[in-house]
Design a protein around this ligand. Structure first.
Ligand SMILES: [Mg+2]
Length: 121
């Protein structure tokens, strides 16, 4: 697999580091954003192949970010990271074109496998 770029957007530093660490065994470049504004900037400058997007963040929430990302480029691959009980938001995200969602606390290996699978398709 060629070196692809994955952007992880989460206000929790621990999640960003976990993703970065687990993905380090793959030829992937992991970019990080702590909020929506950073995420939109990085997407414009680095054009990641896939985005892992937290639903709940201070400021712009995941749905609003997803909406803006899809307006920028409809083909962007986005996987949501949600909290328990956010089914309503998951439904909206799916409607907006998110490929999948993982409920925290998720198994990082499951998430990793899904990312690899989506990058290959
Ligand atoms: Mg959060």
């Amino acid at each position: 697999m060629e070196c692809k770029k994955v952007l992880v957007v989460d206000d929790q530093y621990g999640i960003r580091i976990l993703v970065k660490e687990v993905f380090s065994k793959y030829p992937l470049q992991v970019l990080q954003a702590a909020n929506g504004m950073q995420a939109l900037e990085i997407v414009q400058s680095d054009r990641p192949d896939l985005i892992l997007l937290d639903m709940k963040m201070p400021g712009m929430d995941g749905l609003e970010i997803l909406r803006r990302l899809k307006k920028m480029d409809e083909t962007l691959k986005v996987i949501m990271m949600t909290a328990y009980g956010e089914l309503d938001m998951v439904e909206k995200a799916t409607h907006l074109g998110a490929l999948a969602h993982f409920t925290k606390p998720f198994d990082i290996e499951d998430l990793c496998n899904e990312v690899i699978r989506q990058l290959a398709s």
